[in-house]
Design a protein around this ligand. Sequence first.
Ligand SMILES: Cc1ncc(COP(=O)(O)O)c(C=O)c1O
Length: 389
Amino acid sequence: MGRIYLDHAATTPVDPRVLEAMWPYYTKYWGNPSSIYLEGQEARRALDEARKQCADLLEASPKEIVFTSGGTESDNAAIRGAAFAQRALGRGNHIVTSAIEHHAVLHTVEQLEREGFRATYLPVDEEGVVDLEALANAVGPETVVVSIMAANNEVGTIEPIAEAVRIAKQRNPRVVFHTDAVQAAGAIDITPSKLGVDLLSIAAHKLYGPKGVGLLYIKNRTPWQPMLLGGGQERERRAGTENVPGIVGLAAAMKLAWEEMPERNAHARRLRDRLFYGLPERIPDTVITGPKDPERRLPNNFSCCFRNVEGESVLLALDMADIAASSGSACSTGSVEPSHVLTAMGIDRDLAHASLRLTVGKGNTDEDIDRVLEVLPGIVQRLRALAGR
Ligand SMILES: Cc1ncc(COP(=O)(O)O)c(C=O)c1O
């Protein structure tokens, strides 16, 4: 048996069909889309087509799509772009976000605090659902941006975004609402007009597309200003020669993800549910983190903590057994701090240190899950025995 990859929330392999769509733009049509000669025009055509395709999938207009270098850039650009544009219009300097956002959002908001903005970090309940009452209390006349993720990357909680938008806009119609849909895209319906959001971030590498490319949806007439200045690319909203093969790959990956969503989700759910119900049965003192109802989490996400073990040791032992897993967030791996998501959910620091996230993908099989169910109980038991617990 080869390696078993169960960390699809960290990144996914590129779908061969996506790679095939990208290939000509490395080998044949590699011109600069801003050039007027044939090579450039071929690249321009591909870029326009990709933009139209992404816009169609999001039920948006091509003018509302800005291609970026991925989730982090989209989140930074969304929040900074709206915060500064709103402040310039004299609308205030208050930002609202949640305590369980990805660091691409949290660190951006923290930086804005250093630049004179005020921020409120909304609490979540024990399943990671953002407190909407706290949102209603937080949004006021000075609030310029609200940023709440569509689904959490560590525990898979799906957030009530449409409801949050309604509440925020009721309190202040001028609020710009951003959602980080990096984990949700391809798994749930994130159509911006249905959610009511003004800004939405997507990264290609979470849905079997290439790394280093993503998009930011910017609803028409949203107060927003660019971060990257230079050439006039992306209608002067994101300077820099476009990553044409990457963008073609993003569009192809999104199209496949949207088309295949029902099958992919059914497959993911079936495998994930085997972990969700099978692991607590086989391993005493397994504490499931995130929603207890699997239907309220992303279909591919299982996360838990094991009492009296060090999460890092579990990951290393799994790796030795040829299973790639994560403690929750790729960036917190190796850090001594427990996950901010788990502590925000009220999980004590000791338990939060023993977290495990298994995220399945379309390439996983029942045999992969059999193997995890077979080896993981022994790993946890051995580590507990070693620690004398
Ligand atoms: C919810 C969320 N937002 C943002 C990001 C950052 O995306 P990228 O790695 O494409 O910059 C990630 C990646 O893990 C994520 O899970």
